[in-house]
Design a protein. Structure first.
Length: 286
C-alpha cells in the first residue's frame, strides 16, 4: 500500500460507519462518486472485497469487518501519538557557556508565565547550521548559510582574581586548554602568560569556580566577573578582545511568532544590560 493508504483507510471508516456513500460524502465533503472510486481502488490494492453493495447502501463484507477492526486499532494508535506529543512549540536557545548561562539567568524575561511555548537552553555554538538551534547568541555572525544576524551590544573581557586570594596565588594563571580554546578570548591567557599557568580547564564554569576558589587569576567576561561579589577585577578590560554580540537565527525560522518574540526580548534584555557587558563598574587596583 502506498503513502496515501491511511487517507483511504480513514475514508473507508467513514463509509463503514455511515453505511453508504451519500452519508460518507456529507461527512467528508467529497462527492459520492469519488468515494466510490476510492473504495474500489482500496479493494483492488488489498485484493479483498470489503463491501456488499446494494440499493440500501454499503454493508460490510466479512473482510470489511476484519479491516474495520484493524483501522480502529490504527486510529487508537494515532490518537495515542497525538496525546503523547508536546502540544506547545519549542524555541531552542544556544550560546557558549557564558552566554547560555546569561540567558538561563534571565529565563523569566525571555518567556512570560502566559507564553504558549517552551524553551530549551543549550550550551553549544556548533549546531546552528544543522537546524538544532532556533536562536544563538554568538560573538561573530556566521559568514554564510541561510541565517539572519542582528548585531547587538559590545562585550568586554578583563582579568579577575578572588578577593581573598593571597598575593602568591594571584600571580598564578588559570587557562582554557589549548585543544578546546577556539576564540581569541579563550586563547588569550596561554598566548600571553603561558609560563605562569598553574591550572588548565576545558570548561568556562570550572574556570569561574577555580578563580573564585583562589586557584589563580584568569580572563573572564566583565558581565560575569563584575557580577560576582567574591571576585575583583585586576586592571582595565583588554581592549584588543572587545567584540560585538550577535543574535543569530535561521532566516526561515525567525518568522515563527514565538521565535520572533524571543529574539525581540533577548535584544531588549541585552540593551538593558549593556553597561554590565561594557564593564562600567569600579575597577580594583592592579
Amino acid at each position: 500500500m502506498d503513502e496515501t493508504a491511511w487517507d483511504d483507510l480513514q475514508l473507508f471508516l467513514h463509509v463503514a460507519m455511515a453505511g453508504g456513500l451519500s452519508a460518507a460524502a456529507a461527512r467528508t465533503g467529497l462527492s459520492a462518486p469519488t468515494i466510490g472510486r476510492r473504495m474500489l481502488a482500496l479493494e483492488k490494492s488489498l485484493g479483498r472485497s470489503l463491501f456488499e453493495r446494494s440499493q440500501q447502501g454499503y454493508r460490510l463484507a466479512h473482510d470489511g469487518e476484519i479491516l474495520l477492526g484493524h483501522v480502529r486499532g490504527m486510529q487508537a494508535a494515532v490518537a495515542g501519538i497525538a496525546g503523547w506529543r508536546f502540544e506547545l512549540p519549542i524555541v531552542t536557545l544556544a550560546g557558549d557557556s557564558w552566554m547560555a548561562g546569561f540567558m538561563a539567568d534571565h529565563i523569566d524575561v525571555l518567556r512570560g508565565p502566559s507564553d504558549r511555548f517552551r524553551l530549551c537552553c543549550r550550551d553549544t555554538t556548533e549546531e546552528l547550521a544543522f537546524r538544532g538551534v532556533d536562536v544563538s547568541l554568538l560573538p561573530k555572525a556566521p559568514a554564510g548559510g541561510n541565517v539572519a544576524a542582528l548585531r547587538s551590544i559590545g562585550m568586554r573581557y578583563a582579568v579577575y582574581a578572588a578577593r581573598q586570594a593571597s598575593a602568591e596565588t594571584r600571580g598564578r594563571w588559570i587557562s582554557m586548554s589549548t585543544d578546546t580554546a577556539r576564540l581569541a578570548p579563550e586563547r588569550w591567557v596561554f598566548e600571553n602568560h603561558e609560563a605562569d599557568i598553574h591550572t588548565w580547564t576545558t570548561s568556562f564554569d570550572l574556570l569561574h569556580r577555580l578563580v573564585r576558589n583562589g586557584a589563580g587569576r584568569s580572563l573572564m567576561p566583565v558581565f560575569v566577573g563584575d557580577a560576582d561579589p567574591e571576585l575583583e577585577r585586576i586592571g582595565e578590560p583588554v581592549a584588543a578582545l572587545d567584540h560585538a554580540l550577535h543574535i543569530v537565527s535561521h532566516d526561515d525560522e525567525r518568522h515563527r511568532p514565538e521565535v520572533r518574540l524571543v529574539i525581540e526580548r533577548l535584544a531588549a534584555l541585552l540593551k538593558a544590560k549593556a553597561g554590565l557587558f561594557s564593564g562600567q563598574t569600579k575597577v580594583a587596583p592592579a
